[in-house]
Write a protein that binds this ligand. Structure first.
Ligand SMILES: [Zn+2]
Length: 169
């Protein structure tokens, strides 16, 4: 794989369109796929506006496209930080306070017993985000909940509306 960093944006877009490179290739080349996607009309991940449950000036909160549990949610910063270590204290505080709010709402709306939180941005490049994964009463407690098999995303418009409403209060 040639070093993508030496290519022009247009050339990278062509590689993406022809399915010659994956987000993982970008990460290996030090290009943030999340920012690249945003700057190029969602060319990598597609438009996920239908999955967004909360948004403000600094954060975007949306349902995972390949969830490990119903209600699996991601909170991402709008500004680029490679990982939590790169964030300023204010952003770090804000995202965890927001995570607490979202976890309470997820627990209520999905009737889960608990909600797990993890962040594990790693590699030469990444885009800071936290993952919130509900754990249901029929599931055993423990770290295996972080690696539950991924499910097909099933849209539940009623739940999405309820999440949006509760998070807008
Ligand atoms: Zn980024």
């Amino acid at each position: 794989m040639e070093d993508l960093k030496n290519l022009k944006n247009k050339e990278i877009i062509n590689l993406v369109k022809n399915k010659k490179i994956t987000p993982a290739d970008m990460i290996d080349s030090g290009i943030c796929p999340t920012c690249f996607d945003k700057e190029n009309g969602n060319i990598l991940y597609g438009d996920n506006a239908d999955k967004v449950i909360f948004e403000d000036d600094n954060f975007l909160c949306f349902l995972a496209v390949n969830p490990r549990a119903n209600g699996h949610t991601i909170i991402s910063t709008k500004k680029h930080y490679k990982d939590m270590l790169e964030t300023d204290d204010e952003t770090c505080q804000e995202i965890f306070l927001l995570a607490k709010r979202v976890m309470n709402v997820l627990k209520e709306v999905y009737n889960s017993e608990s909600v797990y939180l993890c962040t594990m941005c790693d590699g030469p490049m990444n885009h800071f985000h936290v993952q919130l994964i509900p754990r249901y009463s029929f599931e055993k407690r423990g770290s295996k909940n972080f690696v539950k098999p991924r499910l097909e995303y099933a849209e539940d418009k009623e739940k999405i509306e309820l999440l949006r409403k509760k998070l807008s209060l």
